[in-house]
Design a protein around this ligand. Structure first.
Ligand code: HEC
Ligand code: HEC
Length: 226
């Protein structure tokens, strides 16, 4: 029986001493849940940033990520409208080497934690422009995965964490809607192979259970998602 149901139901079929014993056990289980749950779900905390200060630092990023974080090169991610906490985490991960990307390493070496939060705040405020899905048939295939998962290999629906409209869930689940399919596909393949491993083992298991075709399809769908 799920613990949640355990916590709220009362057990009348047992004798009184048994009930007392059970209640004690349940109180322990429920207390443990209350204490443990926030630890499991709490993300790396970044203080709320200052967008104006972030804009000043983001001047160096325009060359690749585009004006206002709308990159035009499909291999370079759009940052406009992204969750500020997610951006700050990625910058910290590039700096610590948890996420390996030579092009980004040089960019983050001089950034402080406060700079990272400020940059996140700036990009989060920008409006994303998107070109929509370019391969409709492939996107339709991807829609099923995004909204319903893949039963056969136990992949959960992407929208459970990335949201029905792909806007992500702040602070740790990134927005994926409108993102370049080329970039998203590259990330999913990197998770699959373990080349990107800064995800606390959330995305690696998911991508590992997907075929390259399924990855291509879901990336095509996310690019067109609004
Ligand atoms: C020379 C090009 C280049 C410059 C300049 C650059 N970036 Fe990047 N950035 C990249 C590439 C390429 C990636 C994707 C790496 C990958 O494929 O994993 C990336 C990834 C990122 C990501 C992760 C996005 C995501 O969705 O996970 C963030 C955040 C980011 N860059 C922020 C910045 C910031 C802030 C600056 C300026 C201080 C900057 N970048 C400057 C090329 C660049
Ligand atoms: C249990 C929650 C969860 C589910 C389900 C999930 N994701 Fe993720 N996803 C995450 C988290 C957390 C990250 C960010 C990891 C990090 O901090 O680097 C992420 C990152 C990503 C990224 C990289 C984004 C970027 O900008 O670099 C892509 C692409 C992605 N997920 C696609 C998917 C797809 C497609 C599915 C469904 C097949 C899916 N996710 C299901 C939690 C989830």
């Amino acid at each position: 029986m799920p613990v949640q149901r355990y916590c709220s139901s009362n057990y009348q079929r047992n004798s009184i001493p048994q009930q007392v014993k059970l209640m004690k056990k349940l109180i322990f289980v429920c207390m443990t849940m209350v204490l443990v749950t926030p630890i499991f779900t709490s993300p790396t905390v970044f203080a709320a940033g200052n967008a104006a200060a972030g804009k000043a630092k983001a001047g160096a990023c325009v060359g690749c990520h585009g004006a206002g974080g709308n990159s035009v090169n499909p291999a370079w991610p759009k940052l406009a409208g992204q969750n500020p906490g997610y951006i700050a985490k990625q910058l910290a991960d590039f700096k610590s080497g948890k996420r390996k990307e030579p092009m980004m390493l040089g960019m983050v070496m001089g950034l402080s934690k406060a700079d990272m939060a400020n940059i996140g705040a700036y990009y989060a405020e920008q409006n994303m422009t998107t070109i929509g899905a370019t391969n409709k048939a492939l996107a339709e295939e991807g829609e099923k995965i995004y909204r319903g998962g893949i039963t056969k290999t136990g992949v959960g629906a992407c929208m459970g964490c990335h949201g029905p409209a792909g806007k992500g869930i702040a602070p740790n689940y990134p927005a994926v809607s409108g993102q370049h399919a080329t970039y998203a596909e590259k990330q999913l393949l990197a998770f699959k192979k373990g080349d990107r491993a800064n995800d606390n083992n959330v995305m690696q298991g998911i991508a590992f259970s997907m075929s390259e075709r399924q990855i291509k399809a879901v990336a095509a769908y996310m690019q067109g998602l609004k």
